[in-house]
Write a protein that binds this ligand. Structure first.
Ligand code: TYD
Length: 134
């Protein structure tokens, strides 16, 4: 696996009243968090992602339910299944990702190192491969 992709275990405070996890920018994720977005009400069979980012780093968390993330660093592909709110999938820049197999009620929260910037996206896979192998 590309070392620029990894699972981060967030702290868990177990209590009879329920569990609590927390995430501090620059502490539990390797960047200051500038943006949070989330995917929900994803219909069965839908695919999200399908792009890479030139600079953006992200951490993807299955806050509820489950989904699969297909990761492609331009050399090899790998699938990671997420189904725990205390696991984060960190990905550095220049990783192609596709999210699929969303369960009913799944909520995918993403922590991002930058504000939204369309020019940071690479939405064409051939262009991504050319950039990786340049
Ligand atoms: P996109 O990142 O392509 O979605 P996904 O990777 O989940 O399939 O974003 C979908 C649309 O939402 C696109 O028009 C851009 C917009 N968008 C924002 O305006 N701000 C954001 O922070 C994000 C992530 C997307």
């Amino acid at each position: 696996m590309d070392p620029r992709v990894r699972i981060i275990d967030f702290p868990i405070i177990h209590e009879p009243r329920g569990n609590l996890s927390f995430i501090e920018g620059g502490v539990h994720v390797p960047f200051e968090i500038k943006r949070v977005y989330y995917l929900y009400d994803v219909p069965g069979g839908a695919m999200r992602g399908g792009h890479a980012h030139k600079q953006l780093q992200q951490v993807i968390i299955a806050l509820s339910g489950s989904f699969d993330v297909m990761l492609d660093d331009g050399h090899s592909r790998q699938k990671v299944s997420l189904n725990r709110g205390y696991h984060g999938l960190y990905m550095a820049n220049m990783i192609w990702r596709e999210l699929e197999n969303f369960s009913s009620g799944a909520v995918c929260m993403v922590l991002a190192s930058e504000h939204y910037l369309e020019s940071d996206y690479i939405r064409d896979h051939d262009e991504f491969l050319r950039a990786v192998h340049a």
